[in-house]
Design a protein around this ligand. Structure first.
Ligand code: NAP
Length: 491
């Protein structure tokens, strides 16, 4: 292994944070163990920063931002492309980190890497920083210029650590902002420190990206409530998101909250069963169901219910469960013991409430067996909570009315999907589902760099991707020009 590859390996020294272009050992900081969920062994340590390091990160970000914003869009775009090339050259190391730190299967590693590459591509091609508009006044022309907000504070979760950070960093940088990133304590390397190494290698100026590791309970408030955080960009649970929103609101910071989900998957009576089950399996079991847009509930029409359950259960037996680095496995370990215990509790409570356990229901270490619950209702624990596990509660409904009622009976509204051959009926169902995203004849787990990703209800505020995230990270400045003297009594 070359020295450069070693820098990105799980065994590298990760016990420093990246602030103002330097790798620093924060004074007086404790350390946090980073565990491989497959072996349940600690493979690295990272600093548990205190608020002092967060303060230093904001000092650096504020200082660096003005100079960074003075770079032309073309220069920033070139830097982003360079970072993307560096990322591409680190693909195997990043994928290994995603397996070792986050329990990501080979398929999920690839998906996460591709999403990251795509968002970097889209953002480095973005050039529309100015638009002209007509005026209703004689002799006047209008322009709107997008200006950077300043410093973007970003807090990310552990399930898609690399991509969740990249989808915030790429738009922040192309728009001329600087960044303070706090990754999850479960995934501080693939979600933060490795990303800092990529941008450092690509030549990003000092202080433009700062990564601080530490527990949300210790430094979370400092990261989102610093008065220099002009935009707060949080991805995580709805509970923590509410607090983040309140703190950011006190500073009148821009705020984007991408929160939890409970995605319904509606299957009608005219469905192509093989297609619906194949998509349903992917949407349920990819990354052990630990995705905000995983299928949380299958809502299936009574006429196809038994066939759907039978076909689904049959396919579950074929799923490979085990070491995520083995490409034949689809299901890896869940992230930690508390997640595992909560998933098992949801299953147990649902069975006690009358669900039939068709498959799974147990765990070995952090491996939760792929589980299917038929005779489920919307009130059961595995259905009404975001279960975040490899669990498929299947709910029977009489007709489209009941399907919509069940699908919408949740506080969340992130993604959703409808399987139905009659496209008019499918569209009508899609129109009635309360969600930020609906995918017809697909499953809910979908992301494209130019399409708005986000939710309604308790799933958050704002949208990632494309011009939507550009809007979140810029201020629109209206500049008008009057070319001749006006009559001020006519307005
Ligand atoms: P979480 O517990 O809310 O943590 C998310 C991040 O917030 C972590 O970095 C965490 O740090 C930090 N944090 C904790 N307390 C904080 C505080 N007081 N102030 C600021 N930050 C604080 O969520 P998670 O368990 O990591 O992730 C799973 C959740 O994320 C699920 O609900 C999932 O649906 C959601 N999610 C949503 C999207 C989306 O796009 N809508 C995408 C992915 C995931 P520590 O790790 O140190 O506690």
């Amino acid at each position: 292994m070359s020295q450069q590859q070693e820098q990105f390996s799980p065994e590298a020294d990760w016990n420093q944070v990246y602030v103002d272009g330097e790798w620093r050992t924060p004074e007086g900081a404790d350390t946090i163990d980073v565990m491989n969920p497959h072996t349940q062994e600690v493979f690295a340590e990272v600093p548990a920063c205190t608020e002092d390091t967060v303060e230093e990160a904001f000092d650096a970000a504020e200082e660096a931002q003005t100079e960074w914003a003075s770079w032309s869009v073309e220069e920033r775009s070139e830097l982003l492309s360079e970072a993307q090339s560096t990322m591409m050259s680190r693909m195997s190391e990043v994928k290994e980190l995603l397996a070792v730190e986050a329990g990501s299967s080979v398929a999920k590693q690839m998906g996460e890497f591709n999403f990251s590459r795509n968002i970097m591509d889209w953002m480095s091609d973005f050039t529309e920083f100015e638009r002209s508009y007509d005026s209703s006044f004689e002799g006047k022309s209008n322009r709107v210029v997008r200006e950077p907000v300043g410093v973007v504070s970003t807090v990310t979760p552990w399930n898609f650590p690399f991509y969740m950070a990249m989808r915030a960093i790429a738009p922040a940088l192309i728009t001329g902002n600087s960044v303070v990133l706090k990754p999850s304590t479960e995934t501080p390397i693939s979600g933060g420190l490795a990303i800092a190494r990529i941008f450092e290698e690509a030549g990003l100026p000092d202080g433009v990206l700062n990564v601080v590791t530490g527990r949300g309970s210790d430094i979370g408030d400092a990261v989102v409530a610093d008065s220099r955080a002009d935009s707060v960009n949080f991805t995580g649970s709805t509970g923590v998101g509410r607090r983040v929103g309140r703190l950011a609101g006190d500073n009148l910071s821009e705020v984007a909250l991408e929160l939890g989900g409970n995605c319904p998957y509606v299957v009608t009576d005219d469905v192509d069963l093989d297609w619906a089950v194949t998509a349903g399996m992917f949407g349920t079991y990819m990354h052990q169901g630990q995705i905000c847009v995983s299928i949380n509930r299958h809502v299936v029409h009574t006429d196809v219910y038994d066939d759907y359950v039978e076909e689904f259960v049959g396919r579950v037996e074929e799923l490979g469960v085990g070491d995520p680095q083995d490409a034949s496995n689809i299901i890896g370990p869940v992230i930690n013991e508390s997640q595992r215990d909560e998933i098992l509790e949801f299953i147990e409570s649902s069975v006690e409430a009358g669900a039939t356990l068709e498959a799974g229901g147990e765990a070995d270490g952090l491996y939760v067996q792929p589980t299917v619950l038929s005779d489920a209702t919307n009130e059961m624990a595995a259905a009404c909570n975001e279960h975040f596990g490899p669990v498929a509660p299947i709910i029977e409904v009489e007709d489209d009315e009941e399907a919509i009622e069940v699908a919408n009976d949740t506080e969340y509204g992130l993604s959703s999907a409808v399987h139905c051959q009659d496209i008019d009926r499918a569209r009508s169902l899609a129109d009635r589902i309360e969600a930020g995203m609906v995918h017809i004849n697909d499953q809910p787990m979908h992301d494209e760099p130019h399409m708005p990703f986000g939710g309604v209800k308790d799933s958050g505020v704002g949208r990632f991707n494309g011009e939507w995230i550009i809007d979140e990270m810029t201020e629109a400045k209206w500049i008008s020009e009057q070319s001749e003297q006006r009559d001020y009594l006519v307005f």
